[in-house]
Design a protein around this ligand. Structure first.
Ligand code: NCD
Length: 330
């Protein structure tokens, strides 16, 4: 794997490899000493043109636990136009010897531009680009679903036969897009639940069914109900009458939580608008995987960085298929 730009073009084989290596990484994270020497001497740059708490910290923790050097570059507020600033910044990173660049950008497609521009030789990881994709979020979501469903027996398994409902602001959500592609690649059935105004125009080309009624979707007994944040910062116009009306029809409240099938999990990528798309009861219930998602995010990002940097690039012997050597996990 040279870059991780999207899940739309990620093969089932590569996705399962990332999830399985993430299982190995998660095992190492249960130890008292969490640091592995695997990426010693490599430099990972976190290049964030958009706000982020979880994702940036998660990538930083992942890189540090693999002993890479980490440079955090927050480019918010730059006055240079986006294209120019990206090229300038990329060339600076190249001159500094970055081995991997983790990029979050407001423009859909910016990570691909960076990866294919010839400006840098580093591996590029998309940490969220506009409303396009957020592949590591989908991978950590798939990891979380698999772990809750199969526990210690997760390795090698896909999500065939599982039903996932993704609920809310699908229109503005790169998390929804990445999940639709990845979860269906892994064999799950995906239903999108949203008000008609928050369903994307191009949705007919997606491998997902659309449902407008959350109660109907819940009555079908999904294995996972993934609530999306209402992205008020990306909304110029009014997409729903009032916040209260939105919560009443598409929010996960206590009554809907109680109506969920036994064993079905409640997910949210964070940050949550408590009281809008998800009630505190739901967010803090035993069904909620919110904190597991955060913890699993570090393992999944460790796996992605490892496969990008310790894999094909240096590969003494098939390093991209053999996860960790005994020495590395010691
Ligand atoms: C998501 C994002 O930034 O796309 N958050 C995240 O990465 N944890 C979802 C969101 O902002 O709603």
């Amino acid at each position: 794997m040279r870059h991780l730009l999207d899940t739309q073009t990620l093969s089932r084989e590569d996705a399962l490899q990332i999830l399985d290596v993430a299982e190995d990484m998660a095992d190492t994270q249960r130890r008292e000493i969490k640091k592995l020497p695997t990426l010693r001497g490599k430099t990972v740059v976190n290049l964030f043109f958009e706000d982020s708490t979880r994702t940036r910290i998660s990538f930083e923790a992942a890189a540090k636990r693999l002993s890479a050097d980490v440079i955090n570059f927050s480019a918010k507020g730059s006055s240079v136009s986006k294209g120019e600033s990206l090229q300038d910044t990329a060339q600076t990173l190249q001159a500094m010897g970055a081995d991997a660049v983790v990029i979050r950008h407001g423009a859909s497609g910016a990570p691909r531009t960076l990866a294919t521009s010839g400006w840098i030789t580093a591996g590029v990881v998309n940490a969220g680009d506009g409303t396009h994709e957020h592949p590591t979020q989908a991978l950590l979501d798939a990891f979380t679903i698999r772990k809750r469903t199969f526990g210690d027996d997760s390795r090698g398994r896909d999500l065939a036969g599982l039903k996932v409902a993704i609920v809310g602001d699908v229109l503005h959500s790169r998390v929804a897009r990445s999940n639709v592609w990845l979860l269906t690649t892994l064999g799950a059935q995906v239903t999108l639940v949203a008000p008609p105004t928050l369903v994307p125009q191009d949705v007919s080309g997606w491998p997902a069914r659309i449902e407008y009624d959350l109660d109907a979707a819940i009555s079908e007994g999904p294995d996972a109900l993934m609530m999306l944040r209402i992205q008020l910062e990306r909304m110029g116009a009014a997409y729903f009458p009032t916040e209260r009306e939105y919560s009443r029809r598409w929010g996960l409240d206590a009554a809907r939580l109680a109506a969920l099938a036994p064993g079905s999990m409640v997910m949210h990528p964070g940050p949550m608008n408590r009281g809008l798309e998800i009630s505190a009861d739901a967010a803090d219930s035993a069904r909620s995987t919110v904190l597991e998602q955060v913890a699993n995010g570090v393992s999944v990002r460790m796996a992605a960085l490892y496969l990008l940097l310790a894999g094909e690039r240096s590969a003494p012997e098939n390093r991209d298929t053999a996860p960790l050597t005994k020495e590395e996990t010691r």
